[in-house]
Design a binder for this molecule. Structure first.
Ligand code: PSU
Ligand code: MN
Length: 311
């Protein structure tokens, strides 16, 4: 389904995405919360631009998704991307408030959940990000479980990430995904990756070793009439990884800080990411950028493989 623009639903495609849709070139969706809430400026802009370049290099077209002054953008022009990377006070939009930002003429960045909704409506089947939201540590008392998990259950988009961040409770995150029927596939290794680290200590529910196999799996799900998304865990390249044991020390400290400062709700993930950026002396950011780039490359290859299958 494509998204018609109308006075009731203002949608704008970037020139590049409009052309790709007309010519049948595969498109890869990208989220924008990672730009506004996930990384500091100017690293966030560098990441956004290099990720788009990688997708083009692979022969697909990038569509960064965001709401600017109430318009849902499927693909940003470079000026808009630069503006968003420096924008103070952008909303962090999920399923609950994507429509609110559009209806109220606000500016906001889309999380994994909101990006999936927009991508699916725009006919985009693959989406690259860094890490998904999940079940937070201590969720048994805080009830903090990201809406990203429910969205993966509902919305038919293949999401390429570098696993779940160890700031989350990874075993519980995998349990919830299993309950909701979301396939979790790790690319090229048996272990599910943990974002900054290749290893989580947990076996991945499924493993596939090529973009074509991932496209084939998704196509079979569609033929079976199975709705909902799937999650691909793509391990960070070895050269860029921060070992799990080392990361755990910083994470414990970041979680203590969050507790001390009484952080809750939407603020938790951005707070922890910022805290880790400082605790690692900027190293976490370098790794974060490298893994998003790696995911963009795989996502482009999957999008191309899916397009070939549907020819
Ligand atoms: N992981 C990152 N960087 C991010 C996020 C996750 O490494 O910026 C963002 C994504 O947009 C994700 C959101 O969808 O955080 C999850 O937030 P919450 O836990 O509040 O649902
Ligand atoms: Mn949350």
């Amino acid at each position: 389904m494509t998204l018609p623009a109308s006075p009731k639903l203002p949608v704008s495609y970037s020139a590049e995405v409009a052309r790709a849709k007309a010519e049948g070139i595969p498109v890869v969706a990208l989220e924008s919360t990672i730009i506004t809430h996930g990384m500091p400026y100017p690293g966030n802009l560098e990441m956004a631009e290099s990720v788009e370049a990688i997708i083009r290099e692979e022969g697909a077209v990038p569509a960064t998704i965001a709401v600017i002054d109430g318009v849902l953008h499927i693909g940003l022009e470079s000026e808009q991307c630069r503006m968003l990377a420096q924008f103070q006070g952008a909303m962090k939009l999920s399923r609950a408030d994507l429509a609110f930002a559009i209806a109220e003429g606000r500016t906001g960045a889309t999380t994994v959940a909101a990006t999936m909704i927009a991508a699916a409506r725009a006919g985009i089947k693959v989406f690259a990000t860094g890490g998904i939201g999940g079940v937070h540590r201590g969720a048994e008392t805080s009830f903090d479980i990201s809406a990203d998990l429910e969205e993966l259950a509902r919305t038919q988009v293949t999401v390429v990430c570098a696993g779940a961040k160890a700031i989350l409770d990874i075993p519980k995150t995998l349990e919830v995904l299993e309950t909701k029927g979301v396939p979790v596939v790790t690319f090229g290794q048996d272990e599910f990756p943990a974002f900054w680290s290749r290893s989580s200590g947990l076996k991945s529910p499924l493993r596939l070793d090529s973009a074509a196999a991932i496209a084939g799996f998704q196509s079979t799900r569609e033929h079976l009439g199975i709705a909902g998304g799937m999650l691909i865990g793509n391990p960070v390249p070895e050269a860029d990884e921060i070992e799990r044991e080392e990361m755990e020390i910083y994470i414990t400290r970041a979680l203590d800080n969050a507790d001390r400062d009484g952080i809750s709700g939407k603020a938790v993930t951005p707070y922890l990411l910022d805290s880790l950026f400082h605790l690692t002396g900027g190293r976490s950011l370098k790794t974060n950028i490298a893994l998003v780039e790696n995911n963009a490359r795989l996502a482009a290859r999957i999008a191309i493989a899916m397009a070939k299958l549907s020819q």
